[in-house]
Design a protein around this ligand. Structure first.
Ligand code: AHR
Length: 500
């Protein structure tokens, strides 16, 4: 037998606010991420309102999505915003050169995106085109969206059916400019950023926060020059994807994997901790004023595409392994809340580590969706750093990772939310939590686990993996009320709330 994990929870020991934007989403014109997944058009037999799928919209509303990044990704640096306005039947057709070479009908454009933002009661993060667009196009797009002037550009918006301006909270200036965004060098991009960002102003309206296109993994060469900029910058983006094999040509399968790929996936995903330490460290050094944040605006698992699907569509299944990956990452993100101003999982529907998968009229919620929903109380809560002792390592196939991960926060209404994750797929864990000065009236919460490592939901069995409410047999409180003991099954995520 082993020592239990001992967690000490002292609510006086409060840290930073965990920005709700850490729970952000990313929706690109890629595969069926938009077309089919969110937008089916008004004439579709799939139940919809104004072209938006009713089932998907309802599920996303329940997820309390705080922000959506759109229209890419790599797509953003080829996107001509003018293609996506005006009567739909007159919009040009382009080729989506990055993602499968398919036709881009442009029936989902600026008006449709902002309708989605309103439907989900969320905020907009527009990714501007630096790769193939001009500063003028970028400036006019922003003007079209936010201005209330009498300019011809605004008159066009009104003619297209939108009288009032929209609000855009965040604006990206290019994407992965080291790669699909133009294969630029950091120095050249930094100059282009200075150039473009000068013109991204919203005369007479609230200017969005401006986000520069940064780097990936542990690379510092973009963060360093960008973090030294003094004007027109609020954030630097960063990307990190979790591949089981770390080999882009054979990434590993989304289902049907063995324990070796389980542990390698976790080992790879945990690297985000040191990557965030490096990137936020550079920001703290070069920008002690603290106005520039890190925007991890793409993260998540990336597997080989589902057999039989277009590899350019990045469609993959989602298992309890993805649920563990999501929970472990979110727990880590909370530790960097002082500089991590946003994170956007890739992607919202049908692409990579998706919340939702669709197949024509069918829809399922993934294990990752359930984790994001369980974690809602962490949005804008105050972090409570934990003191954790006695946690076991989990080892398999010559690899060792911590077997346990936890996080806690005080919610705006004064309750305490705790997440507990068991990374070990074989052995249960008992967690005892020392409640320092916390008087608990009731405990509510949910548990997500499964028998199999690759348990997932299918269109025929959409509820195979789903959380269940915690019950009395899952936890106990000591007689003196000072210790809460939780039984954490193998490969499980628990989120519980200690209610006042
Ligand atoms: O999320 C898929 C792609 O991954 C994005 O378009 C790109 O930015 C990244 O390489």
């Amino acid at each position: 037998s082993w020592a239990d994990v001992k967690v000490s929870l002292n609510p006086q020991n409060t840290g930073e606010t965990i920005s709700k934007y850490i729970y952000g989403q990313f929706a690109e014109h890629l595969g069926s991420g938009i077309y089919g997944g969110i937008w089916v058009g008004e004439d579709s037999p799939i139940p919809n309102k104004n072209g938006f799928r009713n089932d998907v919209i309802k599920a996303l509303q329940e997820l309390q999505v705080p922000v959506i990044r759109w229209p890419g990704g790599c797509f953003a640096d080829e996107y001509r915003w003018r293609d996506g306005i005006g009567p739909r039947e007159q919009r040009p057709i382009r080729v989506n050169t990055h993602w499968g070479g398919v036709e881009e009908p442009n029936t989902f454009g600026t008006h449709e995106f902002f309708e989605l933002v309103e439907l989900l009661n969320t905020e907009a993060y527009v990714a501007g085109n630096l790769g193939t667009g001009s500063p003028q196009e970028m400036a006019e797009w922003l003007e079209y969206i936010v201005s209330n002037s009498n300019s011809t550009v605004v008159a066009e918006r009104k003619k297209n059916g939108r009288e009032e301006p929209w609000e855009v909270a965040f604006w990206g200036v290019g994407n992965e400019s080291w790669g699909c965004g133009g294969n630029l060098t950091p120095e050249y991009y930094t100059n282009l950023y200075r150039h473009f960002s000068t013109f991204v102003k919203a005369t007479g309206a609230k200017r969005p926060k401006l986000v520069a296109s940064g780097s990936y993994d542990d690379d510092e060469t973009w963060t360093t020059p960008l973090s030294k900029l003094k004007n027109n910058i609020d954030g630097i983006s960063h990307h990190y994807y979790t591949l089981p094999t770390s080999d882009w040509s054979i990434k590993g399968a989304a289902t049907g994997f063995d324990e070796k790929e389980w542990i390698l996936t976790l080992e790879r995903t945990l690297k985000i901790d040191s990557y965030l330490a490096t990137q936020t460290g550079i920001l703290k050094k070069n920008n002690p004023e603290g106005n520039i944040g890190l925007y991890l605006d793409e993260w998540g698992t990336w597997y080989d595409a589902e057999p039989g699907t277009n590899p350019g569509f990045l469609y993959q299944q989602n298992t309890v392994r993805d649920a563990i990956v999501a929970a472990v990452n979110l727990n880590i993100f909370h530790n960097y809340a002082d500089r991590l101003h946003m994170a956007n999982i890739a992607q919202m529907v049908n692409v990579l580590q998706a919340m939702i998968l669709t197949d024509n009229e069918k829809m399922l919620l993934t294990p990752t969706y359930h984790v994001f929903k369980m974690y809602i109380p962490f949005q804008d809560a105050t972090h409570i750093p934990l003191d954790i002792k006695g946690q076991r390592d989990y080892s398999a196939h010559k690899t060792t990772v911590p077997g346990f991960s936890a996080s806690a926060a005080k919610t705006p209404n004064g309750n305490i939310v705790v997440s507990l994750v068991n990374l070990n797929p074989n052995e249960a864990e008992e967690v005892s939590i020392a409640l320092q000065g916390i008087k608990v009236k009731t405990i509510t919460g949910e548990l997500l686990t499964s028998q199999k490592m690759d348990a997932h939901n299918t269109f025929d069995k959409p509820n195979n993996v789903q959380p269940r409410a915690l019950n009395q047999s899952d936890y106990s409180i000591s007689k003196n009320g000072k210790t809460l003991t939780v039984k954490l099954p193998a490969k499980a995520v628990v989120v519980l709330q200690l209610n006042k």
